[in-house]
Write a protein that binds this ligand. Structure first.
Ligand SMILES: *[C@@H]1O[C@H](CO)[C@@H](O)[C@H](O)[C@H]1NC(C)=O
Ligand SMILES: *[C@@H]1O[C@H](CO)[C@@H](O)[C@H](O)[C@H]1NC(C)=O
Length: 425
C-alpha cells in the first residue's frame, strides 16, 4: 500500500455491493434499459424531493435494509472513488476541492506530485483530518507520489497508480472520477449520487474523438521521453528526432484528461488478463500527453466495453479561442452559464477565484472551511450543519439533481448515445 496516513478501509463493506460480473444486461438491451431507468428517474425526481433511499439503519441491518430497498424498487446508492491530483503548492486547492466534493460514502485519494516536498503532503493530510473532524476515514493521501508531468507519460502512470490504490482500498465503489486541483463540482454529492444511483453501473463518461487533425503532427507522431519515469529529480520531456507512423493495429481516440470510469473498466485496465490495456500503455509511453488518449483508446478498442461509452465527461469546459488546445480559465462571468449547464464539474479555475466563492454560495451551499451539507448532516453547534454525522445512506438531492438527470438523459437517448460512441472517421 502506497498510501499514508494508513487509515484502514471503512469497516462495513456490505452496504453498496456493485454489479456482479454476471450482469444480465446485454448491450443490445442497454438502451431500452437506460430509457426505462431514466423515465423512472425523472418521475421520481418530479414526484418527490428529498428522496432518501434506504432508511438510516444500524450497520448490522444494512444488508437487510438494502435488500428491502431493492424489493421496494429504491435504487442503491453508489460510492464514487475520487483521485484528486495537484502539483507543488496545490495543497490548499486540493483541500477546498475535497470539501466541496466530500461525502462520507465516497472514497478520496489525494495526490501531490513528487516535486512537492513531503511536508506539503503531511500538512494536507492534517488539514483534511482537521476539517473533517477526525471523520476522514475515507480520505487518503498518496505517500509515495509520482512525478505527474502532463506533457509526458508520467501523468498517466500517476492516474493508473491512483486507480490501483483505490481498487485496493475499497471493494465497494462503483465509479472512478479523476479531478485536477483546478476543477470544481457544480452539483452536491447528494445530487450526483442520487442521479448515479439510477444509472447502469457499467457506463463510462469520457469525452473522446477520433479526429486527429493538428494532433497528428504535434501529439501522435512525435516520439518523446519523459524523464519523470526514471529520474529521481524533476526534468522535462524531450523529443526524439524521428517520427513514427500512425498505428493500424488499433484505432486512436483522443479527448480530455477528466474521466468518469466504471469500476469494471478500471479492473479491466489494471487487473485484466486481456493484454490490450498494457500494449497500449507501452505504445503511449513515448507519446506527448498520453493521459489525454489512453482510456479513450482502450475503451473504444475493447468489444467488451465499446458500447458502454458516453461521449461526455460531465465537465463544463470552454476552450481558449485563440488555440482551442487548452481549456480557458473560468471566471465570475461564466457562473451564469455554469449554473445553467446541468453538468457535474467544471474545468478549470485559478486558485481562489471569486467564481468558486459564488459556486459555494449559490450552488453548493458550502460555508468557508466546511463541507457541503447533505442528508448525512444532522446539524450541530456553532453554525456548522454537519458537526453531527448521520447515515451516509440518506441523500437529500436538490434542484440541480433534476438538471443533471436531464443532461444525462439527453446524452443517453439512443440517437445521441450511439451516434457519438467511438465513431471512427
Ligand atoms: C464494438 O466492437 C465490436 C466488435 O469489434 C464492433 O463490431 C462494434 O462496431 C464496436 N462498436 C463501436 C461503437 O465501436
Ligand atoms: C454563455 O453562453 C452563451 C450561450 O451559449 C454564450 O453566447 C456566451 O458567450 C457564454 N458566456 C460566456 C462568458 O462564456
Amino acid at each position: 500500500m502506497h498510501s499514508t496516513p494508513p487509515h484502514p478501509p471503512p469497516p462495513h463493506p456490505q452496504s453498496f455491493p456493485h454489479n456482479s460480473p454476471k450482469d444480465p444486461r446485454g448491450h443490445p438491451l442497454l438502451c431500452v434499459l437506460l430509457l426505462s431507468l431514466l423515465s423512472l428517474l425523472l418521475l421520481l425526481l418530479s414526484l418527490s424531493s428529498p428522496h432518501s433511499p434506504p432508511p438510516p439503519s444500524s450497520s448490522s441491518s444494512d444488508a437487510a435494509a438494502s435488500a428491502a430497498a431493492a424489493a421496494a424498487g429504491v435504487a442503491e446508492i453508489p460510492s464514487i472513488a475520487y483521485l484528486i491530483s495537484g502539483r507543488s503548492g496545490d495543497g490548499d486547492r486540493i483541500l477546498r476541492l475535497l470539501l466541496a466534493a466530500y461525502h462520507p460514502g465516497n472514497l478520496y485519494l489525494l495526490h501531490l506530485d513528487r516535486a512537492a516536498p513531503r511536508a506539503q503532503r503531511e500538512r494536507l493530510a492534517r488539514a483534511a483530518r482537521a476539517a473533517l473532524r477526525g471523520g476522514a476515514r475515507n480520505v487518503h493521501v498518496v505517500g509515495e507520489p509520482d512525478f505527474a508531468n502532463p506533457r509526458g507519460a508520467s501523468a498517466l502512470a500517476a492516474a493508473l497508480h491512483g486507480a490501483a490504490v483505490l481498487l485496493r482500498l475499497s471493494p465497494r465503489w462503483g465509479w472512478f472520477v479523476n479531478l485536477d486541483a483546478s476543477d470544481y463540482p457544480l452539483v452536491t454529492q447528494d445530487d450526483l449520487l442520487h442521479v448515479f444511483s439510477f444509472l447502469p453501473k457499467d457506463l463510462n463518461f469520457i469525452q473522446h474523438s477520433s479526429y486527429i487533425g493538428w494532433r497528428e503532427s504535434r501529439r501522435i507522431r512525435p516520439i518523446i521521453v519523459d524523464p519523470g519515469l526514471y529520474l529521481s529529480t524533476r526534468a522535462d520531456v524531450f523529443y526524439a528526432t524521428q517520427k513514427r507512423e500512425l498505428p493500424d493495429a488499433y484505432k486512436l481516440f483522443t479527448g480530455d484528461s477528466s474521466v468518469i470510469l466504471s469500476r469494471k473498466f478500471i479492473e479491466y485496465c489494471i487487473l485484466g488478463t486481456n493484454n490490450l490495456p498494457r500494449t497500449l500503455l507501452m505504445y503511449y509511453s513515448n507519446m506527448p500527453s498520453p493521459h489525454l488518449n489512453y482510456f479513450h483508446t482502450v475503451l473504444c478498442n475493447s468489444p467488451e466495453f465499446n458500447r458502454t461509452v458516453v461521449n461526455h465527461n460531465l465537465h463544463y469546459v470552454t476552450w481558449d479561442m485563440s488555440s482551442r488546445k487548452e481549456p480557458r480559465l473560468l471566471t465570475l462571468d461564466d457562473v451564469a452559464n455554469l449554473t445553467r449547464s446541468g453538468v457535474a464539474f467544471a474545468t478549470q479555475f485559478a486558485k481562489d477565484d471569486p467564481a468558486l466563492d459564488r459556486i459555494d454560495q449559490e450552488i453548493l451551499g458550502r460555508g468557508p472551511g466546511r463541507v457541503v451539507p447533505g442528508g448525512w448532516c444532522l446539524g450541530g453547534g456553532r453554525g456548522d450543519p454537519c458537526s453531527k454525522w448521520g447515515s451516509p445512506n440518506v441523500l437529500r438531492p436538490g434542484r440541480r439533481a433534476m438538471d443533471l438527470a436531464n443532461a444525462i438523459a439527453q446524452l443517453l437517448t439512443p440517437e445521441n448515445l450511439y451516434s457519438h460512441q467511438c465513431i471512427w472517421d
